[in-house]
Design a protein around this ligand. Structure first.
Ligand code: UT7
Length: 322
């Protein structure tokens, strides 16, 4: 049986850091409120010339270096992003050019904060069915570009960054299952209400911003993530005690704690980066994975549960042997 196995991870955060104290000078908020309600202490923000593809490239190169793979080995590129460099070509095509890879399939996936799990699920299906042998799967965002920096209910939450994995065909166990869901009826609770075909001039003017009914999103997120971990455990017929690490989407420490409680996992088995990164949308899971791999917490053979929830609504999970 062929599995898709992660053989390398990489991450990239922009140099510039915005602390809660910096935000206190921009909107009516406090470090205390932000930390208590979200767990966030700081976030990284891209420079004016720095793009999603710049961050994606750095993360991808680090993942390829860890995997010991060069450009000639990559035969599929999927980039999960909500903040692409251009309307088109896709960020995946721009990344392909930067890495001097030519000819393989390259495309973006847009599932907002669930984007990386969606991209991983798609790449897993390519590899299992023989359509690819060595895929680059990236989550990359410059969310700071679609944040209204005068709206305290959203601007304290988000950050920029990129994470990447190399996913290879292997006889050894890797991804055991992915579970992808969406329900478009919730579009208005978390969205950028303007887009290319509805309000192009406002998009061009940089006036298309994230809007969220945070409290309502919070409640649906907690319930939905509880259900998706149950679905994943049942599908694989495993007990929650067998999971070594929970690697959740990093939106809010209280949402992460609720899912950990549901899985009866102590917080020291949960990879938490929300305090340092904020919510980096599609980048948050691969960034968290990379941090935990490089600091030696996640080790070969460990059983990992990834889960995410985001705009759409979209939600999904992945269970994998690292
Ligand atoms: O990644 C995709 C999925 N996204 C999420 O999962 C995010 C889900 N939502 C959340 O994480 C939380 O709902 C938030 C962190 C966004 C908000 O926390 P909350 O505990 O749900 O607060 P709230 O929205 O109910 O607001 C409570 C109060 C309000 O004041 P009043 O009406 O009680 O007087 C807000 O106006 O806090 C106020 N508030 C703030 N105060 C200081 C909202 N934002 C801020 C702020 N600083 N930045």
């Amino acid at each position: 049986m062929t599995y898709a196995r992660i053989t390398g991870t990489g991450g990239c955060l922009p140099e510039k850091i915005l602390t809660n104290h910096d935000l206190e000078k921009m909107v009516e908020t406090t470090d205390e409120w932000i930390q208590e309600r979200t767990g966030i202490k700081k976030r990284h923000v891209a420079g004016p010339e720095e793009t999603t593809c710049d961050l994606a490239e750095r993360a991808a190169r680090r993942a390829m270096e860890m995997a010991g793979r060069g450009s000639a080995d990559i035969d599929l590129i999927i980039v999960a992003t909500t903040t692409p460099d251009r309307v088109f070509p896709s960020t995946a095509c721009l990344l392909q050019k930067r890495l001097e890879i030519h000819g393989c399939a390259a495309f973006d996936v847009q599932a907002v904060c669930t984007g990386f799990v969606y991209a991983l699920g798609v790449a897993d299906r390519f590899i299992r069915t023989g359509g690819a042998k060595c895929a680059l799967v990236v989550g990359a965002e410059t969310l700071s570009r679609i944040v209204d920096w005068t709206d305290r209910t959203t601007c304290v939450l988000f950050g920029d960054g990129a994470g990447a994995v190399v996913l290879e065909a292997s006889e050894e166990q890797g991804i055991l299952s992915t579970h992808l869901h969406a329900d478009g009826r919730f579009d208005n609770l978390l969205h950028v209400p303007k887009g290319v075909s509805t309000a192009y001039s406002e998009v061009l003017a940089g006036e298309a911003y994230i809007e969220m009914k945070g409290n309502e999103v919070f409640k649906v997120a907690v319930n939905t993530l509880g259900r998706i971990v149950d679905e994943t455990l049942e599908y694989n017929d495993i007990d929650q005690a067998e999971i070594d690490w929970l690697i959740p989407h990093q939106a809010n420490i209280r949402i992460i704690q609720a899912t950990a409680r549901k899985l009866k996992m102590p917080m020291d088995r949960v990879v938490v980066t929300v305090g340092e990164h904020g919510n980096t949308s599609a980048a948050s899971i691969p960034l968290a994975l990379d941090v935990a791999v490089r600091d030696g917490r996640v080790r070969p053979g460990d059983l990992l549960m990834m889960e995410a929830f985001g705009g759409g609504f979209t939600w999904g999970s992945a269970l994998l042997r690292f």
